[in-house]
Design a protein around this ligand. Sequence first.
Ligand SMILES: [Zn+2]
Length: 129
Amino acid sequence: MGSVHVMDDVRTAPLSAAAKKMLRVSLGEQREHADAQIATLTDSFNSIVEAAELVGTDDEHDPEGTTIAFERAQVTALLNQASADRDAIDAAMAKLDEGLYGTCEVCERAIGVERLKAIPSASRCIACA
Ligand SMILES: [Zn+2]
């Protein structure tokens, strides 16, 4: 743990070293979870695409085609969400490395350790969320 030079300590979240360590572990766990989720959803997406190719229909007017299009849209939405979660986790981990973690990206006030414990990837305080 090197020393972090703080330019403006008023705007820096007063996170203790222990809290940061704990939150880093949480972020690591969430990162693994997001990765696993993305892998599962990617598999689902691929099998839906394969199924569509097998059925040989992509016609929205065909009942089979509509179901496939719906399933594909659902999986795509979940995949986008999981990927956004992973990006948020990565951004939070990068901020931890830079010593900027725990500061609201909007008002630059401390996000608060309780909120970070609940949502380690939170980049905004409760007021700005
Ligand atoms: Zn804020």
